[in-house]
Write a protein that binds this ligand. Sequence first.
Ligand code: ADP
Ligand code: AMP
Length: 215
Amino acid sequence: MRIILLGPPGAGKGTQAEKLVKKYKIPHISTGDIFRAALQEGTELGLRAKEYMDEGKLVPDDLVVDIVKERLEQDDTKNGYLLDGFPRTLAQAEALDESLRTSGTPLTGVINVDVEPEELLERLTGRRVCRGCGSTYHIKFNPPTVRSVCDKCGAELYQRDDDTVETVKQRLEVYRQQTAPLIDYYSGQGILFTVDGSREIEEVFREITSILDQQ
Ligand code: ADP
Ligand code: AMP
């Protein structure tokens, strides 16, 4: 199963990805997570990416595409994978298509998680992430049992540097201009499935799995 989770920042891609990869036993490939991990390790990639992330802008296509291509060559992707946050531009989508054509491994489907822009600001500014295992919470919509502590691993929760009001607004605009056109791109290929991401986390999950189980 080779899946893309598409949708604006805050749509719930990471939240659904956590649950989907557990169910389908495939790796979760999040380009945002890759950049944050690189930054934590202090690599040149991480430092380069940070310049763009802090401003809510996209990391240049060539950099992102190379990283994803390399990641997709690893053995654990043989039975599929879930891409989260990639592709984000038409150039990235075309590069991915080209690479999948070469390897003869077409996408199973693209799940477009649809949420109104007004809701996204509250979701993102209230998001908290676990420093240990990367699990995602929300102070109001999906709070941990104990404030600022991860239910799953007990590590501390933190707020991402780019989840401030100003940066979120910039990221939503970047999504509208550069990523939203991918909806038509994949719809044209007949592999796009749109789900209503404004409902409860469990309901969204049920809808996505019912789509994937039919593919
Ligand atoms: P993305 O990966 O698309 O940027 P996340 O999965 O990190 O989005 O979710 C953004 C925020 O919204 C998080 O704080 C998460 O807990 C919360 N969230 C995710 N799905 C829902 C939902 N269906 N209803 C309410 N809040 C949600
Ligand atoms: P995310 O964790 O998906 O919200 O991504 C956080 C940030 O990482 C984005 O705002 C971008 O700066 C960068 N990023 C992640 N994925 C991509 C991508 N596919 N293309 C360009 N930039 C990306």
